[in-house]
Design a protein around this ligand. Structure first.
Ligand SMILES: *[C@@H]1O[C@H](CO)[C@@H](O)[C@H](O)[C@H]1NC(C)=O
Ligand SMILES: *[C@@H]1O[C@H](CO)[C@@H](O)[C@H](O)[C@H]1NC(C)=O
Length: 303
């Protein structure tokens, strides 16, 4: 009887190690993260090959430090900017991200199905600001030389500036990008300045647009550069103005010609009436004709 019990126990104990590893097949995965300075960074993590799992505790250590920067065991402790995005999942988030958050981390998650460790990497970028485009010289002449500038500051790491004209033609190849790196008390930043030089500018290409991209080629912002001719003010506007003047002048000339012609016709008719009709034969009619013919030349003169 007892030997049968022992046999059963032995068989069960043999099965247990065989079952345990299959439960341990789940994994913890975290995606590489790019955070933006001053914004909230989400570190996306998830459990693979398991459905029902409950987080008991987590701890996040920055390599090579020994003390965890963040811990959770029902409540948060450590750097208050760190938290679990949602206590049901292993994703993390950092509010008000700083450059010092960049680096490699060791993340340990304890669950009701066991514990897992994973290494994760966070890189930090800063968005380019103060995007400003300008020309040198300030006063541009159609057909004259000009340098177009596009500047941006406070970004990190070094990014790019691309140029386009009004018809979306890419002028970037002709431009020259200068990157100036600054480091003030561990606060890294890069100032970008792109110069697009024209020996002879065709102002029909304006406005130009410069696009500021971060190191991952994602757009941080853009600036539109309107260029109007300084010396020759009539450029572009002149065809419209001169056209209107011509039309107005033409209308006036034709108008006065018609008025003149009508007056001449009336005077001519008046004379014809005086000569053709005997005043004694139709005194009343003649008088009327005379009156109208006299009135009209007067209105011709006043007009
Ligand atoms: C514009 O030209 C630059 C440099 O040749 C290139 O890197 C960029 O991809 C081009 N952009 C577009 C939208 O074609
Ligand atoms: C843009 O940057 C260049 C190079 O740093 C500088 O010479 C120029 O004055 C800047 N332009 C403006 C408008 O800030």
């Amino acid at each position: 009887m007892s030997s049968v019990m022992v046999m059963v126990l032995v068989i069960i104990s043999l099965f247990i190690p065989a079952v345990r590893p299959s439960q341990d097949l789940w994994t913890l995965e975290c995606l590489p993260t790019v955070g933006i300075v001053a914004e909230t960074t989400v570190i996306n993590c998830n459990f693979k090959d398991i459905q029902e799992i409950k987080i008991v505790a987590v701890s996040l250590k920055k390599i090579p430090e020994n003390m965890p920067i963040f811990e959770y065991d029902g409540k948060n402790s450590g750097d208050p900017r760190f938290s679990l995005k949602n206590p049901l999942g292993p994703s993390l988030q950092i509010s008000e991200t700083t450059f010092s958050d960049e680096g490699e981390y060791l993340y340990r998650v304890v669950t009701d199905k066991g514990a897992k460790k994973v290494q994760l990497k966070i890189t930090i970028t800063a968005k380019y600001k103060n995007i400003f485009s300008s020309t040198w010289p300030k006063d541009v002449t159609h057909g004259g030389p000009v340098d177009l500038y596009c500047n941006a500051t406070d970004g990190y790491p070094a990014g790019f500036i691309h140029w386009f004209d009004r018809s979306e033609t890419n002028w970037t190849m002709n431009s020259d990008l200068t990157k100036t790196t600054k480091d003030t008390n561990g606060l890294k930043s890069v100032a970008l300045s792109s110069k697009l030089t024209f020996k002879s500018i065709n102002l029909d290409l304006a406005p130009f647009r410069c696009i500021v991209l971060n190191s991952k080629y994602m757009q941080d912002g853009e600036s539109t550069l309107q260029i109007t001719s300084a010396r020759d003010d009539s450029y572009k506007e002149s065809p419209i103005t001169s056209n209107t003047t011509h039309i107005v002048a033409g209308v006036m000339v034709i108008g006065s010609l018609i008025v003149g012609l009508l007056c001449a016709l009336l005077i001519f008719r008046k004379k014809k009436v005086q000569h053709g009709r005997r005043p004694s034969a139709h005194p009343i009619l003649s008088h009327e004709f005379e009156k109208t013919a006299q009135d009209d030349p007067e209105s011709c003169n006043t007009s």
